[in-house]
Ligand binder design. Sequence first.
Ligand SMILES: [Zn+2]
Length: 329
Amino acid sequence: MKTIEKIAYIGVDLGGTNLRTALVNHAGKILESRAAQTRVDQGAESVSKTLLALCRALVRSAAKLGLKVAAIGLGAAGKIDRSTGSVVFSPNLPVLDGYPLGRELGQNLEIPVCMENDANVFGLGEGWAGTARGVRNWVGIVLGTGVGGCLFLNGKLWEGDGLGFSAEIGHMIVEPGGPVCPCGSKGCLEAFASARALVSGAKKALCGQSVKEGPLHALDRVGKLSAHTIYACAKRGDPAALALFDKMGWALGICLANIFSVLGIRLAVIGGGVSSAWDLFISPLEKTLAQNSSMLDPGAAVILRSRLGNDAALIGAARLSRKRTQVSR
Ligand SMILES: [Zn+2]
């Protein structure tokens, strides 16, 4: 019989730009990681082949360490069908819609594969080995190309009614009739607090002539408007760029005020690439949260940064595979 120390897991973070994989031990430590570009332009089969090659290499590495890969967990943006191991709908990876990525990987490697929404996987990582370790009730927000969310109640990931989505905080409407969100609704959190929203917000300000001239105009003229360059402008004090991060903090504050009041919880963990702009949005977030929290005592809310950064999704995907295979044994 195998001891737990001889077992390892593979965590996969399937993003719109990068396909990242990691070999994770029984304690949530990354032993080796491998990544490749997600070549969505070459179709779903090409993505599947790349993923298979990365996972095969990690299985070989595990064997050299005397470890057996017990399961693979795969986190992907969008709505996931756990029973078929496929992505039902992914706004950032439409090429994978309906493709049985998880099932194909499992059949090729003869290792159980489970799939989950990427924000839920982020939460499982932070809860296992990161900021939310030991916390029973909390909400997670992932600020990236879009905005993901996860919810943990009584120490467990909230999965809703098994409809393939839960805690979609990015699509909580904070301004009815506001900017259009990729989901089709208007005024969602994602339309204010994502990398995409920063760029579209900057373009809107430039087109609407509310910004006459300045560094954002200069960037736009050379096609270099991005979340990174807008952040750099804001750090140098550009008022138009700062206004976008103010709005981001405001939208996050509205969302968290609603979530905390509805659920009677008070802790949030914020991660994702755009959370590196923490210093620019945390003050407006905390101010808006305080102004709109009629139930929660002032100062009782706790807003924390992700500790694991990019590794949260990889560690969380491994955690997911461990949990699911333990349940089925
Ligand atoms: Zn939306």
